[in-house]
Design a protein around this ligand. Structure first.
Ligand code: NDP
Length: 446
């Protein structure tokens, strides 16, 4: 299978496609490696993860270039993401021996809880943040003593393949980290169905997440689902409008909008609507779209022609703003702002491209109602200078991750995941360790 650079449409690599046989072989390798890996003292697993983190740092520029060529994301973004990958492995290297059990007072003896690894876990990753999302799953899975089979998206397998080589170079034993490249409907599906796979960590569309959850029922597999989003960026008239408008474009056009946390509904209080829209158009005009290999580029192309067609279907008529994008080869799509109501398709479905819907609201109550009027519940932001209002609205919005006067969702140390149809389970921080271990209760009669 040819792997293509979305900025040039040129092939950059040829990768063998795995089928069911190769998937089964990878699961068998992971199963064979499990007893020795789980038996390592947590601190020793931590030491190996720490070495992997250092190798990622040493190979940072190489990994960032791979990601940029394969995904089309600006090199400055790729560098930041690779930096996060190293930080994730550092974090779980340090976290694993702090994931304690308890002793519980009971009659007749001593009761304690132990954290046990699950076994072989299947990790299914999308194309928007291939290396980052892989690390969010690999870090806690490996730290807890599981062995893994990682399936990157067919379009973007290159960084995961390189990471697996670095894992071996770090001294993580053969069979602990296995990468299988192939179609989701074949390799992904086989991992979900496989009786020797104990858990699936999945990031992707809500539609495929639903089918993963359904199929996992056959073997009562644990699942963590990080799915789509339609997050609201709620801007009140009492906000620092300049700051809110300057930040808003990056919260939806970052990664060319191919981000499950994209604040693709910009809700603006009517009293500030005209002023905010002017500022927003100016800020969006400033986004530098172009060659992802250039240090100063802020937005690259979409991942594929198919994705561009899907994104284009959300824009009909004249948008309030349409930016520039390169002509010629590459799956380019300009930054686009549309005025909309929350009932329009552009405000209901995940666009996964650089299209933002600007929607007015009348006051706090309507802001909360509109923000929650979506099947999704992943992320969002609130901009206000009124601290009490910020907290009130944050408590009322049903999403897993929120920020006040900022548009951030993801940090190495803090839990990340969705409410409602954005999925369940938490990645990152200490919370992720819960998803890759089971609690065993042990009673000792005295
Ligand atoms: P998918 O959900 O299809 O892909 C995510 C991952 O799941 C990929 O590795 C894919 O493999 C794999 N997969 C596909 N089918 C199955 C299956 N039956 N069983 C197990 N694994 C499977 O998303 P797409 O890449 O097709 O993107 C479609 C839309 O999904 C986007 O336009 C966007 O709206 C949304 N999306 C949301 C993401 C998020 O983070 N919220 C991430 C990616 C997409 P492969 O691609 O190799 O076939």
């Amino acid at each position: 299978m040819l792997v293509v650079n979305p900025a040039t449409e040129q092939p950059i690599a040829e990768v063998e496609q795995a089928g069911i046989g190769e998937t089964d072989a990878a699961v068998a390798r992971a199963k064979a490696a499990f007893p020795a890996w789980r038996a390592l003292a947590p601190g020793d697993r931590g030491r190996l993860l720490r070495r992997l983190a250092m190798l990622v740092e040493e190979h940072g520029e190489e990994l960032a270039r791979i990601e940029t060529r394969n995904v089309g994301k600006p090199i400055s973004d790729s560098r930041g993401e690779v930096g996060m990958v190293a930080d994730v492995f550092h974090f779980y290297a340090g976290a694993v021996d702090k994931h304690h059990g308890e002793t519980i007072p009971v009659a007749g003896g001593v009761d304690m809880t132990l954290r046990e690894p699950l076994g072989v876990v299947g990790l299914i990753v999308p194309w928007n943040f291939p290396l980052n999302i892989s690390s969010w799953k690999l870090g806690p899975a490996l730290a807890c003593g599981n062995t893994v089979v990682l399936k990157p998206a067919e379009l973007t397998p290159l960084s995961a393949l390189r990471l697996a080589e670095l894992a071996l170079a770090a001294g993580i034993p053969e069979g602990v980290v296995n990468v299988v490249v192939g179609k989701g409907s074949v390799v992904g599906q086989r991992l979900v169905d496989h009786p020797d796979v104990a858990k699936i960590g999945f990031t992707g569309s809500t539609e495929v997440g639903r089918s993963v959850m359904r199929a996992a029922a056959a073997t009562i597999k644990r699942v963590t689902l990080e799915l789509g989003g339609k997050s609201a960026n709620v801007i009140f008239a009492d906000a620092d409008l300049e700051a809110a408008a300057a930040a808003a474009p990056y919260a939806v056009f970052g990664n060319a909008g191919q981000d499950c946390c994209a604040r693709s509904r910009i809700l603006v209080e009517r009293a500030a609507y005209d002023r905010l829209l002017d500022l927003l158009v100016d800020a969006t005009r400033g986004i530098k779209v172009g060659d992802p290999e250039e240090d100063s580029t802020e937005m690259g192309p979409l991942i594929s022609a198919e994705q561009r067609e899907k994104v284009a279907s959300f824009v009909d008529g004249d948008p309030v703003f349409r930016g520039d994008a390169p002509n010629g080869p590459g799956f380019w799509f300009p930054c686009t702002l549309v005025e909309a109501s929350n009932d329009d398709r552009v405000a209901r479905e995940e666009v996964f491209g650089p299209v933002a819907a600007v929607i007015p609201f009348a006051g706090e109550e309507e802001a909360i109602r509109l923000a929650n009027d979506t099947p999704y519940g992943l992320s969002g932001s609130i901009w206000t200078e009124n601290g009490a209002r910020g907290l009130r609205v944050a408590r009322a919005i049903d999403t897993g991750v929120l920020s006040i006067n900022a548009n951030t969702s993801v940090r190495v140390q803090t839990p990340f995941g969705g409410f409602k149809q954005s999925g369940f389970g938490r990645e990152l921080g200490m919370h992720a360790l819960e998803g890759y271990s089971d609690v065993k209760n042990l009673f000792i009669a005295t």
